[in-house]
Ligand binder design. Structure first.
Ligand code: HEM
Ligand SMILES: *[C@@H]1O[C@H](CO)[C@@H](O)[C@H](O)[C@H]1NC(C)=O
Ligand SMILES: *[C@@H]1O[C@H](CO)[C@@H](O)[C@H](O)[C@H]1NC(C)=O
Length: 216
């Protein structure tokens, strides 16, 4: 918890960066269940092919979000666990989708592994459920927790192979924490819903089930 608390003082506003380099993943490019890692790759801030991500690459990429090297290194150490190779020093974005290492059921925008969909795919129906609990223009800890709990309930009732072990590890990488830390104001952890839904790849208000321009 001390570590999470110390993250609160990381003011993670994006550094000035020209967003002209965006392109979607092409054939052979790998993507993750993590919308942030994906968008960094789509922008070429991480390797566009989603491969061979080492510590230095991670520090550079997450540094663009003003993440402290200590935190970026901490996330890298988790990421590298998803590479099945012994003593790996790199991971690919696809590795991050290996089920039940970091990737888990009841995500905000991905279907549970049981249903067989590529975990790097944004799933509009899943995200629509999540978004329905963010019922005011500001997402706060209460509406975030509500979405988290309701997504868990949906998975528990609808997925016969639902699993959520090692909860501690997962909480530390959970999207709900990441969103409030990155998009919240840093003190009260209130994040504008429009910004967050845009990040996930939905245009505000319209509800169009579009693939993401940002995080694809
Ligand atoms: C090396 C750095 C990172 C690694 C290894 C990583 C890894 C992951 C993984 C494995 C997931 C899937 C969890 C699931 O099954 O739902 C995930 C989801 C997520 N990550 Fe990351 N992540 C990293 C950095 C970040 C950062 C900096 C953010 C900042 C906003 C972020 C935001 C999210 C969000 C919002 C989700 C939830 C997606 C959903 O529930 O649909 N990640 N990340
Ligand atoms: C570390 O990453 C930066 C980009 O963030 C790159 O320019 C540099 O060459 C890398 N250094 C090594 C030793 O890989
Ligand atoms: C992995 O690291 C351990 C401990 O440093 C070492 O004993 C082992 O030989 C390494 N294995 C491989 C395949 O590199």
């Amino acid at each position: 918890m001390a570590r999470i608390a110390s993250l609160l003082i990381v003011v993670a506003s994006c550094q000035a960066y020209s967003f002209h380099h965006w392109s979607p993943p092409g054939p052979g490019d790998l993507r993750a269940p993590c919308p942030m890692m994906n968008t960094l790759s789509n922008h070429g801030i991480l390797p566009h092919n989603g491969r061979n991500i080492d510590l230095n690459t991670t520090l550079g990429g997450l540094g663009m979000l003003n993440l402290e090297p200590e935190l970026a290194g901490y996330l890298f150490d988790f990421g590298v666990l998803t590479n099945p190779e012994l003593n790996a020093t790199t991971f690919t974005l696809q590795h991050l989708g290996n089920h039940n290492i970091l990737e888990h059921d009841a995500s905000f925008s991905r279907r549970d592994a049981y249903f067989g969909q590529d975990p790097s795919f944004f799933d509009a129906a899943t995200f629509a459920e999540t978004r329905s609990y963010w019922h005011s223009p500001i997402i706060d800890v209460n509406t975030m927790a509500r979405a988290r709990v309701e997504r868990l309930k949906t998975s528990i009732s609808g997925n016969p192979e639902y699993s959520m072990s090692k909860i501690g590890t997962r909480i530390s990488l959970d999207g709900s924490v990441a969103i409030l830390l990155m998009f919240g104001d840093g003190e009260t952890l209130r994040a504008p819903k429009e910004f967050v839904t845009y990040f996930f790849g939905e245009w505000p208000a319209s509800g169009m089930p579009t693939r993401s321009l940002v995080s694809t």
